[in-house]
Design a protein around this ligand. Structure first.
Ligand SMILES: Cc1ncc(COP(=O)(O)O)c(C=O)c1O
Length: 419
């Protein structure tokens, strides 16, 4: 007999066995009251921690006032307020913002904008990048075949160039950077002529692909080529931005200004909202009315985003991410001396990855085992990388030194338990 009760789709795959009944700062509490140190931050989202009182208060006030001020129908007063605040954080002249809900929507928005602005079809992306799961953004994504499997063909006009992942190639950073810039130049004469190339779109620190930072010379190389050929440079700061890298934007580490920035995740501490930033001049070259969606720029999410920015500034959370990131990195480097299977420790600020290997082989099973052992001991973590071989560290920006030390202690126990 058919059971008529609705169920969650088996398509939903969860990394932990935990039910999150409540969230408090860096902790998730399950229905039995067990507390878990949350070093996933809901995949890099709960920047101010779970349910920060100022974010909660701003959202509650907005809920009682106006929930759905549909942005293409009426003006939602929270949006110009949020744009004004964001404009203080983005580099000049990127002070115009188009709001939507998720990271993937900003990627779709960026595809539309760069094609409309330049009148050119092609977009160069970098191998290992992740930009979302809708068909446009997925076409830009090359972090894992698992995401692309079974849904091809992809959108055309996407060209993939290598990313300077020195550890992967087994080269020095200079060698990897030289190779990648050389291949990029080859693309212009073999695949996508500059006059057919609308944009280069890149994560300053690759996230899902394996927590791999770019570097100054590579980013400058992209900027030079974009300037020379009238190509737009777009930075996907969805995961690495909003303070997580130890500077407000991850690209601040490289001293290169893009033509557009993709913003989401940490922007509103868990409320769905995202933004595409560009100069007013660039935005004016896009086609009005071509961007939008029913829920984009929701008033409650916007109020939470404004409160999130205030909290990040008042509590010095970018500086905390820098300090705590250093502590975490030092702890992991100390452990690496005793545990050679920790083949590489890399990333920036509070976005660090530990690549697990057995001999020369990426060891996804070991990383999975470590996560299970951490969960048993009250620490939640995620994996990434094409083989699931990277244990990723994504604590909230409010994390304390005691919590970092506790988490790395648990990680060491998990290393021993899975040896
Ligand atoms: C760098 C990057 N870009 C885009 C996205 C897509 O964001 P969303 O899952 O909100 O669509 C993600 C999500 O993990 C991301 O890490």
């Amino acid at each position: 007999m058919t059971d008529h009760k609705g169920k969650l789709s088996p398509l939903l795959k969860q990394a932990t066995g935990i039910t999150a009944a409540k969230g408090e700062g860096a902790y998730i509490v399950d229905p039995e009251g067990r507390r878990y140190l949350d070093f996933t931050s809901g995949i890099g989202v709960t920047s101010t921690g779970h349910c920060h009182p100022k974010v909660v208060a701003a959202a509650q006030k907005q809920v009682a006032t106006m929930i759905h001020a549909q942005a293409t129908t009426v003006m939602n007063p929270r949006l110009p307020e949020l744009a004004e605040k964001l404009g203080e954080l983005t580099p000049d002249p990127l002070n115009a913002f188009f709001f939507s809900n998720a990271g993937t929507e900003v990627a779709e928005g960026a595809i539309r904008l760069v094609r409309q602005v330049t009148g050119r079809p092609n977009i160069i992306v970098f191998h290992g990048g992740f930009h979302g799961r809708t068909m446009g953004s997925l076409s830009l994504t090359t972090s894992s075949v698992g995401l692309r499997a079974g849904v091809s063909p992809m959108m055309g006009g996407v060209v993939v160039s290598p990313f300077p992942h020195a550890f992967h190639y087994g080269w020095s950073l200079d060698e990897a950077t030289d190779f990648c810039l050389k291949e990029l130049d080859r693309i212009f004469v073999t695949y996508s002529a500059p006059k057919e190339t609308a944009a280069m779109l890149i994560e300053p620190v690759q996230g899902e692909g394996g927590y791999v930072p770019s570097n100054t010379r590579f980013m400058q190389g992209l900027r030079e080529r974009c300037d020379k050929h009238g190509i737009m440079l777009v930075f996907d700061e969805v995961q690495a931005g909003f303070g997580r890298s130890g500077k407000f934007w991850a690209h601040d580490h490289f001293g290169v200004t893009p033509d557009a920035i993709m913003i989401a995740k940490g922007l509103a501490s868990g409320f769905p909202i995202s933004a595409l930033a560009a100069s007013e001049e660039t935005m004016a070259k896009g086609w009005p009315g071509s961007q939008g969606g029913t829920y984009g720029g929701n008033a409650v999410s916007a109020a939470a985003a404004i409160a999130t920015i205030d909290v990040i500034r008042e509590e010095g959370l970018v500086e905390n991410a820098e300090r705590m990131g250093k502590r975490l990195r030092d702890n992991l480097h100390t452990l690496k001396k005793d545990y050679p299977d920790m083949a590489d420790v890399r990333g920036m600020g509070l976005m660090l990855g530990v690549e697990m290997r057995r001999g020369d082989c990426p060891d996804g099973d070991r990383a999975a085992g470590i996560l299970k052992e951490c969960e048993k001991r009250g620490l939640l973590m995620l994996r990434c990388g094409p083989y699931g071989e990277i244990v990723r560290w994504l604590p909230p920006l409010i994390v304390t030194q005691a919590q970092i030390d506790e988490a790395t202690g648990i990680f060491e126990e998990a290393l021993k338990a899975t040896a």
